[in-house]
Write a protein that binds this ligand. Structure first.
Ligand code: NI
Length: 172
């Protein structure tokens, strides 16, 4: 297992849709292990494969950040089955460190995908977990929370991020 570098806003892999996983082979299993380790090390409650520069539809979420093993979700090719309601709560992103925003999210979602054995998994989530699913599925669709802010807030934040990216300030 290894902690992989997290790419930041402006990296092309974050701004394009990722490809579905066709076969869950050893490299996908290794990717997921590394993603979990990278998420815990950050620390964060979710991570999508493009954030470690791999353009595949794979996400991990753990609201307990490693404190409770049963809260760890590893999902391949996740997609929405249902979305309802609207909530706006502050969220952040490991690829946009130091900034936050409150994008519109559904209050309740049902998501399906497969686990690493290729078995179908279905989750129904509300509140923070619903937001986490939306945030991570956005990542594999090439969207960041920044893209879902109101136009005024989005443009303001993008100006700041462009400046930061240009100055090379993302490098850690
Ligand atoms: Ni994120």
């Amino acid at each position: 297992m290894a902690i992989r570098p997290i790419v930041k806003w402006g990296h092309p892999v974050l701004h394009a849709p990722s490809a579905p996983v066709v076969e869950i082979d050893g490299s996908v299993a290794a990717l997921v292990k590394d993603m979990v380790e990278t998420m815990y090390a950050a620390p964060g409650i979710g991570l999508a494969a493009p954030q470690v520069a791999v353009p595949l539809r794979v996400i991990v979420i753990d609201l307990s950040v490693g404190k409770s093993a049963r809260e760890l979700i590893k999902l391949v090719n996740p997609e929405f089955v249902e979305k309802e309601g609207e909530q706006r709560e502050e969220e952040g992103c490991l690829s946009v460190p130091g900034y936050g925003g409150a994008p519109a999210r559904p209050t309740r979602v049902t998501v399906k995908g497969t686990d690493l054995d290729g078995k179908e998994r279905v989750y129904t989530a509300t509140e923070l977990l619903a937001r986490a699913f939306c945030h991570e599925i956005d990542h594999i669709d090439g969207l960041l929370f920044v893209d879902r802010l109101t136009p005024l807030k989005r443009d303001l934040l993008k100006r700041k991020l462009r400046k930061k990216a240009k100055a090379g300030d993302w490098e850690e």
